[in-house]
Design a protein around this ligand. Structure first.
Ligand SMILES: Cc1ncc(COP(=O)(O)O)c(C=O)c1O
Length: 415
């Protein structure tokens, strides 16, 4: 009897069997992964967005190996931690103070603690259907949960978390009129884990203005979008002025590392010992080495070309399905996007729920897997493109989509 619960440690990794077979990955390089049978796949899940430089990056591997052989757990302040913090802070504007953690969930958790401690208030407001990690407080109202959809006059809340509707300008005003105990609003530049729902023009700034007007802080959850569109925080590019941000994933190219970055006065409580931070592995040498190596490579990477390669792929996917009499649309950015069966990408979670078609996405996952491309099997999943996804890889993906569209067109039709 297998000992591993449900075959995987994170539910995000659950995949359907293909012809009675499970998928077990053995290794990866660049845009590719190989399974235990030696079959090669193009990967578009990319460590759920962590692997922006491509799998098994030589320079990151060398830096991490050196850190590992120097000492994995030196206990005390070590020679790589300050350097990594300095490297990170060069990219985060006024959010110049850094605390390293290990996962995105931890970073969000610590960011929320920082906001509660600074404001003396109890609640965190998060976007209904947004994913800000799997810790108790912020996993409330996650995508597909019953709380994620609510009508005017309702306000799903717990003692420590309250929800607001993404892209609803009035809802944020109502929320702050109703509740004066909100320490911070957690904002994502797009609702990525609900299938890449883009923010309406002016929405993010509107939320920020209302939050600040009521003495609440703004936490940009940049675990997924940070360093994806350029080497920095997506929220800053949107013209936001957040107080705190959480980063993770892409800053270590797949090595477990995350961080809270914030304006100095917000984190002063940690420096003065009034607020707790901890973690045996927080700021460990391998994580710090990965950050330094990854950020120096991202600084010299051509994001514009990466995103335009991805946009070409998005257009090709839509055209391929159209040629097979199926209308699909994509939402997001060239290097992180969702696919919807339908002509119009959702602008709210309510719309997303209506057009989400789990059977279609699962069938697409299986058909592409058979054709040698791995995508997430959920309608709210995303396709990522790394710097190793060159034109040749994009062409290979297109060929796989041709095969998949051919297989699916007999079974699925537009509503
Ligand atoms: C926006 C966002 N925040 C937080 C997290 C949690 O990060 P982790 O899975 O590293 O705990 C994720 C993970 O997908 C995320 O996308």
């Amino acid at each position: 009897m297998p000992n591993l619960v449900g075959d995987v440690s994170s539910a995000a990794r659950i995949l359907p069997d293909l012809k009675g077979e499970k998928l077990f990955i053995r290794n990866g390089k660049g845009a590719y992964l190989w399974d235990d049978k030696g079959r090669r796949y193009i990967d578009t899940a990319l460590g759920f967005g962590a692997v922006l430089l491509g799998h098994s990056n030589d320079a990151v591997n060398a830096a991490v190996s050196q850190a590992l052989s120097d000492s994995a757990a030196p206990s005390w302040a070590h020679v790589r931690e300050h350097g990594a913090a300095t490297d990170l802070a060069k990219h985060t504007g006024e959010l110049s103070k850094v605390i390293f953690t290990n996962s995105g969930s931890e970073a969000v958790h610590l960011a929320c603690r920082a906001a509660r401690a600074y404001t003396g208030r109890g609640k965190i407001a998060k976007m209904a259907a947004g994913f800000d990690g799997w810790f108790d407080d912020v996993s409330y109202g996650n995508v597909t949960s019953k709380e994620a959809t609510f009508q005017d006059g309702q306000r799903p809340s717990t003692e420590r978390t309250t929800l607001l509707r993404f892209n609803d300008f009035d809802d944020v005003e109502r929320l702050f009129a109703e509740d004066n105990d909100i320490a911070a609003v957690v904002l994502e530049p797009m609702l990525a884990n609900a299938g890449c729902i883009m923010a309406l023009p002016g929405y993010l700034k509107h939320v920020q203005a209302i939050a600040h007007q009521h003495g609440a802080l703004v936490i940009c959850d940049e675990v997924l979008m940070g360093f994806r569109l350029y080497p920095g925080l997506a929220g800053l590019r949107e013209g936001l002025n957040p107080d705190i941000a959480s980063v993770g994933k892409a800053i270590g190219n797949g090595v477990p590392v995350s961080a809270v970055v914030a304006k100095p006065h917000i984190l002063a409580g940690f420096e003065e010992g009034r607020v707790i931070r901890g973690g045996t592995f927080s700021g460990n040498p391998m994580a710090c080495a990965a950050v330094t190596s990854t950020l120096s490579q991202l600084d010299n990477s051509d994001y514009e070309h990466l995103i335009s390669r991805g946009n070409t792929l998005r257009e090709a996917i839509e055209a391929i399905f159209k040629a097979h009499d199926l209308i699909v649309t994509t939402s997001g950015y060239g290097n992180v996007f969702g696919i919807w069966l339908g002509a119009v990408a959702p602008m709210t979670y309510e719309q997303a729920e209506k057009i989400a078609n789990p059977a279609f996405t699962q069938a697409l996952h299986l058909a592409l897997r058979e054709a040698g491309v791995l995508i997430m099997p959920s309608p709210y999943g995303r396709l990522y493109i790394s710097f190793e996804h060159n034109n040749r890889v994009i062409e290979e993906i297109k060929t796989a989509f041709e095969q998949a569209a051919d297989a699916l067109s007999g079974t699925f039709a537009n509503a």
